[in-house]
Design a protein. Structure first.
Length: 190
């Protein structure tokens, strides 16, 4: 499954499969035929229904809790995407928005560097390990500048104007990093 969506608020649990499938495109503008799981909960929060399309038809799952209640989000009626961890918490009766839980962070750069790293053409001009390392360093600087909303040309020009040396202290080198306060304060002038 690619995504898990919950319908916040209340769902009339008398709705059968067709009624629940109709909610997905008409209320939330989502594709019910996607490889996603859609969860619905009633007012009593002791039972849920799940809808999933398996390629040849829809599957309706129903679960009734014998004791306890779910911590179902009740704000409005919207489709809210949740992670696999949040789904586990929800099904265990915990709040899916754990305030003290470490939230997953997905950096943008792995997807950005993938074509560069696996593309054969990108390595044709690196006929040595040093050349490949230098190419990777330059590409990393470019992607880091993009990730911190810096003008790439301006950042590379700044680095060439303030070339790092072996004699520089760690604090001086940190000022050259794209996330440094100094660069963030002048990024509009780059």
């Amino acid at each position: 499954m690619e995504n898990v969506y919950i319908r916040t608020g209340y769902t009339d649990m008398r709705k059968q499969l067709d009624g629940l499938v109709d909610i997905i495109p008409y209320s939330f503008n989502l594709d019910p035929y996607s490889n996603s799981l859609f969860l619905f909960c009633g007012r009593r929060a002791d039972r849920i229904k799940a809808v999933h399309y398996e390629g040849d038809g829809f599957c309706l799952l129903y679960k009734r809790y014998e004791s306890g209640r779910l911590k179902w989000p009740r704000t409005g009626e919207e489709a809210k995407q949740i992670s696999a961890q949040q789904l586990r918490w929800l099904l265990e009766g915990l709040d899916p928005e754990q305030p003290k839980a470490v939230q997953q962070w997905h950096p943008k750069w792995p997807n950005a560097i993938r074509p560069f790293a696996v593309g054969r053409k990108n390595w044709l001009f690196s006929d040595s390990v040093e050349g490949a390392n230098a190419s990777a360093v330059v590409y990393t600087m470019v992607e880091m500048a993009k990730a911190h909303d810096l003008n790439v040309y301006g950042y590379l020009k700044f680095l060439l104007d303030h070339r790092p040396t072996k004699e520089m202290t760690d604090n001086q080198l940190a000022e050259l990093a794209p996330w440094s306060e100094k660069l963030q304060s002048i990024k509009n002038r780059m």
